[in-house]
Design a protein around this ligand. Sequence first.
Ligand SMILES: Cc1ncc(C[n+]2csc(CCOP(=O)(O)OP(=O)(O)O)c2C)c(N)n1
Ligand SMILES: [Mg+2]
Length: 735
Amino acid sequence: MEVAAPVSLTGPACRWWPVNRTGHLLLREWSTSRKDLQMSVAAVSPVLQTIEQTSINTIRTLSMDGVQAATSGHPGTPMAMAPVAYCLWQQFLRFDPEDPVWPNRDRFVLSIGHASMLLYSLLHLTGVRAVGKDYETLGEPSVPLDAIKAFRQLGSRCPGHPEYRWTSGVETTTGPLGQGVATSVGMAMARQWLAARYNRPGFEDLFDFNVYALCGDGCMMEGISSEAASLAGHLRLSNLCWIYDNNHITIEGNTALTFTEDVATRFIGYGWNVTRVGDANDLDMLARAYRTFLATKDRPTLIIVDSHIGYGAPHKQDTSGAHGEPLGEEEIRLAKRNYGWPEDQNFYVPDGVYEHFRDGIGKRGKRLRDAWFARIEEYRKQYPELAEELYRMQHRQLPEGWDRDLPEFPADAKGLATRDSSAKVLNAVAKNMPWLIGGSADLAPSTKTRLTFEGAGEFSAENYGGRNFHFGIREHAMGAILNGMSLVKVRPFGSGFFIFVDYMRGALRLSALMELPVIYVFTHDSIGVGEDGPTHQPIEQLAHMRSMPGLIMIRPADANEVREAWKVILQLHHEPAVLVLTRQAVSTIDRTKYASASGLVRGAYILADAPGADPEVILIATGSEVALCLDAYQQLIKDGVRARVVSMPSWELFDDQDKSYRETVLPAHVKARVSVEEASDFGWSKYTGCDGHNIGIETFGASAPLKQLLKKFGFTADNIVAAAKDQIARHRSTT
Ligand SMILES: Cc1ncc(C[n+]2csc(CCOP(=O)(O)OP(=O)(O)O)c2C)c(N)n1
Ligand SMILES: [Mg+2]
């Protein structure tokens, strides 16, 4: 069939064709059901389309072609959602493709990460520029057409799911369903906080960006979206808009299988404004819905859009067959025919499409971006200190003097819990670092992460300027929200019991994958919690965290190590940090007798050494077990055993040291080694060798007073001494 290439018609040309301004009526006639569609395939003749329709179809066909070329991917949802995204980007999104990191840009989050080709098509067609690691624009396109042609191939800027830091214009990594929408709540919260602190008279719009997230049935089913939506409604985040692709299809088939709740009622219950668009192709109704969002000033908005997955594909539309596999050459041909598209042209961008986007989102975005930067110059003159804060925050730098009030802790046998010393350090830093903000999943009184100095305030719908955030009992959403906040470049922290890291692992993994310097503070770090018993005693969590790439975990031994840990954490740029703290008191080590806590920066250091620095056995411990090792050490020395104690608060930091330092701390020839940690001993043989001894816990702990637990699980100085002597004997006999 010969097809006239769609031409770039603007304004007056539309009069020549019986369509409305957007062209949607023409298509709607044959789109309402699959049956109608099949009947109408032959009837649709090549059409002259409006440039709007042509642009939408370009998004669709690029997506189809990209997936087909990759022989894997998800074509159906980009085909269906193309008009929804088009309308938003072209008419509403305040986003400058030339500068995709401009701080006050609207955020677009593709929570349905599997529909990545939708986003890549938009990034390509709108001409988004690549940005370098220092936030400088590089001039080259973020997504050239060749990258789309290489969708899902090694090194392509178009990986299977959108990846933050890899493809400029991707605001957050998505793919694990539900994460994107929850992250968008964090972005919206951070914007409210920025506005409350930095918008000033004459600069009321310095931060006024909106956050849009496109989600699907999967996001709606995942629990994290409920947690996040509940909090967003509670906080009345009117700058937040979720667009729900209500296509009734997931991988296994129709949602009738699993998902029959009334989503609209659910969200009304959360306190959201809910509006509906009955046809994803209806650009007028879509625009109306977006305007409704913009006009809503007291709560977030959910736009429910009814769509047809695989729109236009005669045999696959409205089926799960359109979800996650290429359509196939023939089906693509037929779909293109339905779109009035040249059937044999792949990766085809008709004349006028790039220009159309440039004239729409491009011009609008540039105007707004330039105006913002002009105003920030004015702002800098009137509010130099605030402007300086903004600059440093947006470049992930620390403020001058951030560490000037850090406490020193004197030696004290009774000591204090590391959660308590952490509270002191956190408050000392936060006072000097205004954008260090965060809170807890309802456990701040236990995790001690509350900012208590004057003026810290509570973040709430009535006071977006507060620095103490209350996430409620929503650990998973908290993790994603922290990611969202970090993506807006404030420095967020969140806290909870270490055991419940399991509830937020999905979000934490994305912090690491995105290389975000989110700070997680986890307390109640071991059987040290005592009576609460196995449900609250972390066992395998340390090993879990250590196996996660890109994450820095620190389990400090005493108050001074806590201070050093915060120093390290605050200077991280691209790593999330997990700070693991005790509930129970630990003695503050006498640093005149033992080595300085500044050794923490290297992950592990010799805390106490054998006479002549010539150890015959090495005791290695983290956190609260370090003090126990010091007791054992004293006993060993008394018994004439040349023991060394290594405090190893962070495997990751230690592994980063050069070989010679590691050799100094753990000399290869000293094979007698004992590790002591109140947790699974999984992985410790990396440092003790296969023939070393690992004192750990192989069960789920037990409910009892701590003293009894320590005895039951072998965490006594006597036991360590015995293990050390046994090690020496064993290795002596093998050498
Ligand atoms: C947390 C999580 N669980 C499972 C998946 C695998 N998965 C990818 S897409 C999908 C179905 C999603 O359905 P929906 O959101 O309705 O998207 P649509 O098929 O409509 O595009 C599933 C289960 C995932 N990506 N993330
Ligand atoms: Mg669906």
